[in-house]
Design a protein around this ligand. Structure first.
Ligand code: CUA
Length: 334
């Protein structure tokens, strides 16, 4: 983004610089040309339509150019490419915790390879912070209670400053780090050193440990919605609204399940607010995402055939399970 942002910024400097120059040249010229001279009476002029149209139309065109150009750059900067590598960032007083989808964790450092689109999915454990990489010309507030996103593609290997750009308490000025941009081979080597396994696998474990998998079953429809293939798709809610199952929606469902309940399901899910850390929520989101990742090619065919052949079996299973499930469910909830 740096090239685009700089080009726009230089354009603004040139336009405002020329305007300033024009104003001062006119000021000095008019001061000399129309200075007070003994015996010469000032002549009063009132209004000039051509002049007024000119000084309205020219700035209007210039401002519209700035607006269109700025909007283009803004939307480009705000829209991460779909295939970007995902990195989770958790801010806290006063450090940056980073977790790669592959499972690598870092503190106050972010390793990325040259030339790859990287999407940061960020949240805060306490107050508002801001993830700012001046060299990449990107900055985004990091808020408690929701995800915000920013993205970049590093073009040159090197180490770049990372700053917190939102006053967040005593050590705010020390909440800094490094973005380490490496050649792909170097990056692979770094990535292979001491990973704990992909984030989605960690998420799958947490999903099982917390008992999510007893209701959100993947083989058949349980008491909660089947989460396979849900991510990124529209979801019909009980109150008639339709929302997209994005990171923020999944997060909200974990921490405040009643807020946006899926149509056709009972409000039996307990909240996990306070029971799971930000890192665990991230892992869960990564897991939900991983079971919805589109398999290129015959995903449609596959779901069609499995739906037609497996349907009777599933129905049978549901009937068998319906009674004991419902009872155990009731006692659990109460
Ligand atoms: Cu975190 Cu300032």
């Amino acid at each position: 983004m740096a090239g685009h942002v700089d080009a726009l910024y230089i354009f603004l400097l040139i336009v405002t610089g020329m305007m300033t120059l024009l104003i001062f040249v006119c000021l000095i010229y008019f001061a000399a040309r129309y200075r007070h001279r003994p015996g010469v009476r000032a002549e009063q002029l009132e209004g000039s339509t051509p002049l007024e149209i000119t000084w309205s139309a020219i700035p209007f065109v210039i401002f519209m150019v700035i607006f269109a150009w700025g909007a283009t750059v803004y939307f480009k900067e705000r829209t991460p490419p779909d295939d970007a590598a995902e990195v989770y960032v958790v801010a806290k007083q006063w450090m940056w915790k980073v977790e790669h989808a592959e499972g690598q964790r870092e503190i106050n450092e972010l390793h990325v390879p040259v030339g790859r689109d990287v999407k940061l999915i960020m949240t805060s454990q306490d107050v508002i912070h801001s993830f700012y990489i001046p060299a990449f010309r990107i900055k985004q507030d990091v808020l408690p209670g929701r995800y915000t996103v920013e993205w970049f593609r590093a073009t040159k290997p090197g180490v770049y400053h990372l700053f917190c750009a939102e006053y967040c308490g005593t050590q705010h000025s020390g909440m800094v780090g490094d973005i380490v941009v490496q050649e792909p081979a170097q990056y692979e080597a770094w990535m292979n050193g001491g990973s704990t396994g992909p984030l989605s696998v960690t998420g799958e474990k947490i999903f099982a440990e917390l008992g999510c998998s007893t209701c959100h079953r993947t083989d058949t429809q349980g008491r909660g919605p089947n989460l396979q293939g849900v991510f990124g798709k529209p979801v019909q809610l009980e109150d008639g609204r339709t929302v997209t199952a994005d990171e923020n929606y999944v997060r909200e469902c974990i921490l405040d399940p009643g807020a946006k309940r899926v149509k056709g399901f009972q409000p039996i899910m307990p909240t996990f607010q306070g029971l799971v850390s930000e890192e665990q929520v991230n892992a869960l989101v990564a897991y939900i995402k991983s079971i919805s990742a589109a398999k290129p090619g015959h995903a449609d065919e596959k779901s069609k055939t499995s739906a037609s052949t497996a349907a009777p079996q599933i129905r049978e299973e549901v009937q068998q399970n319906a009674l004991p499930n419902a009872q155990s469910n009731g006692s659990q909830v109460q």
